[in-house]
Write a protein that binds this ligand. Structure first.
Ligand SMILES: [Zn+2]
Length: 343
């Protein structure tokens, strides 16, 4: 939609809201000009919804007298440039302009607010709607994963994680039973992606056949396990392929792809289980006599219990809240911390 289409028929509202004109100044009666004053040199006729007006003193292209349209009035009243005026109008009308993807040979849609464009010469550029304008940058972290929709629509499907959107599209075709995803902006931006949607999922990481790709997936494996992925496996890329080879380069059938995956994946790595939580038998007597506590004994106790213990440094007394924290999910998969322990 062009700005002309967008504004047609809306100029009285736009000029009141954005240029401070009064309802009187938006009528076809002769009156002082909102731009140059006078007594009866101006009128607003809004021909065909264009916001047209006439001032025999300052209207016209040369501002020597003549007509103008709504945009002329808005720009002259506010001092905005044309692009600035367009933006203000779009914001006011809650209109989102089309993303400026002209010239891109391919686009990948992460979501309504985030697109990755490929321009000739394999130049990839992220394009982000920040709520008021399109910016040539990736959104701030945590950034969404590519194919997040599919991930949510198929909550039980295994997840295949590859490097790059083109590769993810190729992987989706070769492994239709899996959800193929990637993250924005390549190997160095792993920490900026939001990996939380992979909690509880079975993940297979397929690195590009180069050192940075393999390192990135190694790092991602650790990250996913820590986060709580159900299991993570890594594929060893073929040995006889060019540097940087990925699934978009594979000339495989679905059956061949599945066979390669099965034969070349690591054993599943499940996240480490937290140690069994059993307080030592002697815990009670120790805690009944806090003044005789040995640091190591207390630490041993703390490591093996989820009791909420508070040690008061000044009175050297210990409070114990026996309420179990074991069922609180926020304590699962977390190291036990000792916030009040200052012996
Ligand atoms: Zn005027």
């Amino acid at each position: 939609m062009t700005i002309t289409d967008l504004t047609n028929g809306r100029w009285p509202d736009l000029l009141m809201q954005l240029a401070g004109l009064t309802p009187d100044q938006l009528t076809d009666k002769h009156q002082p000009c909102p731009l140059c004053g006078g007594e009866d040199r101006y009128r607003f006729d809004d021909l065909n919804g264009t916001g047209s007006w006439y001032c025999n003193q300052c209207g016209g292209k040369d501002h020597m007298g003549g007509g103008g349209n709504g945009m002329d009035m808005l720009m002259r009243r506010t001092g905005l440039t044309y692009p600035e005026a367009c933006k203000r109008i779009e914001q006011h009308l809650g209109h989102r302009p089309e993303p400026p993807t002209k010239g891109a040979e391919h686009i990948w849609q992460y979501g309504p607010d985030f697109i990755v464009c490929r321009f000739p010469g394999k130049r990839l550029r992220p394009l982000w709607w920040d709520g008021s304008q399109w910016l040539w940058k990736a959104p701030p972290a945590p950034r969404p994963l590519y194919n997040l929709d599919a991930l949510q629509q198929r909550p039980n499907a295994p997840v295949l994680i590859v490097e790059g959107e083109k590769t993810a599209d190729a992987a989706a075709k070769l492994f239709p039973s899996a959800v193929a995803i990637t993250w924005p902006s390549g190997c160095k931006a792993i920490d900026k992606a939001d990996w939380a949607p992979l909690i509880g999922r079975n993940c297979t990481l397929w690195p590009d056949a180069d050192a940075p790709g393999i390192q990135a997936m190694d790092k991602l494996q650790g990250k996913l396990l820590k986060l709580g992925a159900a299991q993570v496996r890594i594929i060893t890329p073929p040995a006889d392929v060019p540097e940087g080879w990925d699934l978009a380069d594979a000339d495989w059938s679905i059956a061949q792809a599945a066979a390669y995956l099965k034969a070349n994946r690591s054993a599943p790595t499940a996240p480490p289980k937290p140690p069994a939580l059993a307080p030592p038998a002697e815990a009670k007597p120790i805690l009944d006599k806090p003044s005789k506590l040995e640091t190591l004994e207390l630490l041993t106790y703390l490591r093996t219990t989820t009791d909420n213990i508070r040690f008061n440094t000044f009175t050297r007394q210990i409070e114990i809240n026996q309420k179990s924290l074991a069922n609180k999910t926020s304590y699962k998969n977390q190291e036990f911390r000792y916030p009040y322990l200052h012996l």
